[in-house]
Design a protein around this ligand. Structure first.
Ligand code: 5GP
Ligand code: ZN
Length: 113
């Protein structure tokens, strides 16, 4: 999508601190981190949220999870633990309408709720 900030990051049109990428996905540092490790994982293909997961297809959707775990391991937080979150829609507070998965770690996170 031409006016989507995460599409532009994936295309290299807007700078971001990439930590990993494949032909299908990109991982980069969140610009406003809320934990010592705060990464975002996105598919290069524009999908509005997890609620559009079917548009990715099952193969890509499955690889997205594996890529997310690989990024957490590469960040060195697999042993200490980490949280993976994706927000979908207004009640979840989704700010960027391109599906993204937050990886949070490096400190003890509060419980949900
Ligand atoms: P959401 O609330 O949609 O789940 O999360 C959007 C996230 O994207 C926020 O944590 C915000 O800090 C991050 N973000 C928004 N714009 C940019 C940007 O231009 N670059 C990077 N690296 N992160 C961004
Ligand atoms: Zn997009």
């Amino acid at each position: 999508m031409s006016d989507c900030i995460f599409c532009k990051i994936a295309a290299g049109e807007i700078p971001a601190a990439f930590v990993g990428e494949t032909g299908e996905f990109v991982a980069f540092k969140d610009i406003n981190p809320v934990a010592p490790v705060h990464l975002l994982v996105i598919p290069r293909r524009h999908v509005t949220s997890i609620d559009g997961i079917e548009e990715l297809g099952e193969g890509t959707a499955g690889r997205l999870l594996s890529f997310t775990v690989a990024m957490a391991r590469a960040a060195g937080i697999a042993e200490s633990g980490y949280r993976v979150i994706t927000n979908a829609g207004p009640d979840a507070g989704q700010e960027v309408a391109h599906m993204h998965w937050h990886i949070l770690g490096g400190r003890r996170l509060k419980g949900l709720g």
